[in-house]
Ligand binder design. Structure first.
Ligand SMILES: [Zn+2]
Length: 154
């Protein structure tokens, strides 16, 4: 339900577990799991019942009002979360990013069928856990534009 928000939290450097990534495949199982696990984490949810249960269990929790990602980011910024592109964490798996080796770059380019010499043109980051390569391409400009919208109404 909050997958895109989770992605943005990771892009901004926040250590984020997304319950949908854990493949529990059952809402009741998910809720029970959230309540019992990751006790040092803050629970973000759009589910009022889960929010209420979290508070009852003494957990830190935030009820996210909007179902629109842009509005969700604005809500959290008001609570002190800072959204920015920091490239510390993989937006897909939450793993830590680092500079890739030449061999790692070669493997990703081959796998993705990319012939462009990314290393010459861009600064690169690599997630060892899911073997994903990041660079400042067109996707990057879209992210920057989106963040400008988030900050726009201040
Ligand atoms: Zn990753």
């Amino acid at each position: 339900m909050l997958g895109k928000l989770a992605t943005w939290l990771r892009i901004s450097g926040y250590d984020t577990v997304y319950i949908g990534d854990l493949n529990l495949n059952n809402r009741n199982k998910e809720d029970t799991f959230i309540l019992k696990s990751f006790r040092d984490r803050i629970v973000l949810t759009r589910d009022r019942e889960l929010y209420r249960r979290c508070l009852g269990a003494g957990r830190d929790a935030v009820f996210v009002n909007s179902d629109i990602v842009l509005e969700q980011l604005k809500e959290l910024e008001k609570r002190g979360v800072e959204f920015k592109i920091v490239m510390d964490r993989c937006s897909v798996c939450n793993g830590l990013l680092r500079k890739p080796t030449d061999e790692e770059i070669r493997k990703v380019l081959e796998r993705e069928g990319i012939s462009e010499d990314l290393k010459e043109r861009y600064e690169l980051w690599y997630c060892k856990r899911c073997e994903k390569l990041y660079w400042m391409g067109s996707h990057w400009r879209n992210m920057v534009k989106f963040l400008e919208k988030v900050k726009g109404n201040r």
